[in-house]
Ligand binder design. Sequence first.
Ligand code: SF4
Length: 255
Amino acid sequence: MSLDMIRSIVQQAKKVKSVKTIYFEGGEPFLYFPILVEGARHARRNGFDVGIVTNGYWGVTVDDAKLWLEELKRIGICDLSISSDNLHEYDEDKNSSRAFEAAKELGLPVSVLETRLPSKDSKGDVVFRGRAAKNLAKDYRTVKWSELSECPESLASPGRVHIDSLGWVHVCQGIAVGNICIKPLASIVKSYRPAADPIIGPLIRGGPAELARVHRVRRRQTYADGCELCYECRVKLQEEYSDTLVPDQMYGTYR
Ligand code: SF4
């Protein structure tokens, strides 16, 4: 995402009074460090609280990690969330732990997002979204599809949205309600009619099971959780609802 685009998002967010905090998430925002720093500075100057989510790959040593963080400390971020991610091989050396330690030593508000696989008999304490639904859920399918009647996101009245590098505004990753390159964020928020939306409406009324029912999606008998069923339905519906189920990358399709 370019700095111009970040500036545009900040300006558009100022026109939506309910937006108080802007998070920089990934991918991995530290891969674009100068843009991250300038984007965070711009958001702070415009009155927003700023949070950042990172996997802490840059924590090669604690002293090095402090160098990465010093400017963010000066800017004044309200949260640094570090994914402690045992599903990725890079972190065998515990870079995320050193990044955490450095943030603590600098007095930054820091927390750890723990990513882990569930036990075989767990139900619902791990959410399988996106690639997790595709690659990890198969060993944990114990719940009957018809019981998956709730979506954990507040789709009727979202407390947050995600904006991707193409400008799509997501209420959950892969479910877009507009694109800020086409329509201002304030207009997207104002015209949000979740109950009438063919994807979001069923999810609100009866969760992923209702989405499958309404669109007569062929499905298995059991799933790891509702998000796996939801993702599977959306993959099958993506071509038909190509204005909402975007971008293609989130569904593993490139047109
Ligand atoms: S059920 Fe679907 S919309 Fe709801 S949180 Fe899971 S993936 Fe997102």
